[in-house]
Write a protein that binds this ligand. Structure first.
Ligand code: ZN
Length: 154
C-alpha cells in the first residue's frame, strides 16, 4: 500500500463523529457511561441487518456509540469473543461518502463495503478494513438526506 497523497480531490474529513464501543450488556454499559459522562444516552436503536443494538451518548461535538450483539452471528459478538469488550471503531464524518469511498480505493485502501449502506442514527456508512488503518476499523459516515422528499437536514 502506498501512502495517500494530498491531491486536489482531497477533502478533509470533518470530525470524529463517534467512537463505537463493543459491549456485552447494553443496559449495564449505559449505566456505566452515564456515570462516566454525566449524561444519559439520548437514544437507542436496533439495526437488525447488522445484528446490533446501539445506544448513543453526546459528548461535545462527538458521540459515543455503544454496540451490543443481538445474535450470535453478529460482528459484535464475534469481536467480543475474539478481543473482549472495548473500542470497536472510529467514525469520521464526511460530506460525500461516495466520493470518499472512491478516493480511498484509489489510494489503495481496502474498503469492507464499497457501496454506502444505512447505519444507525440516520447515517450512510462504509467501513474500511482495520488492516488498512493500522489495526483500527474506520467508519465513514454521512448524514443521510432524504432528497426525494426535499427534506434537507442542513
Ligand atoms: Zn458507528
Amino acid at each position: 500500500m502506498h501512502l495517500p497523497s494530498l491531491n486536489q480531490k482531497y477533502k478533509q474529513m470533518k470530525k470524529i463523529e463517534h467512537i463505537g464501543i463493543a459491549v456485552k450488556d447494553l443496559e449495564a454499559a449505559n449505566a456505566t457511561y452515564k456515570a462516566i459522562l454525566g449524561s444519559e444516552h439520548y437514544k437507542t436503536e436496533r439495526v437488525e441487518s447488522e445484528g446490533v443494538s446501539t445506544a448513543f451518548f453526546k459528548i461535545g461535538e462527538s458521540k459515543i456509540e455503544l454496540l451490543a450483539a443481538t445474535n450470535a452471528e453478529s460482528p459484535i459478538a464475534k469481536f467480543i469473543q475474539k478481543r473482549g469488550e472495548g473500542i470497536h471503531h472510529i467514525a469520521f464524518s464526511v460530506d460525500d461518502i461516495e466520493a470518499e469511498i472512491k478516493r480511498l480505493q484509489e489510494e489503495g485502501f481496502r474498503l469492507i463495503n464499497t457501496e454506502p449502506k444505512r447505519g444507525a442514527d440516520n447515517k450512510l456508512v462504509a467501513f474500511m478494513h482495520p488492516k488498512s488503518a493500522h489495526g483500527v476499523l474506520v467508519e465513514l459516515c454521512q448524514e443521510a438526506s432524504t432528497q426525494s422528499s426535499g427534506k434537507e437536514r442542513k
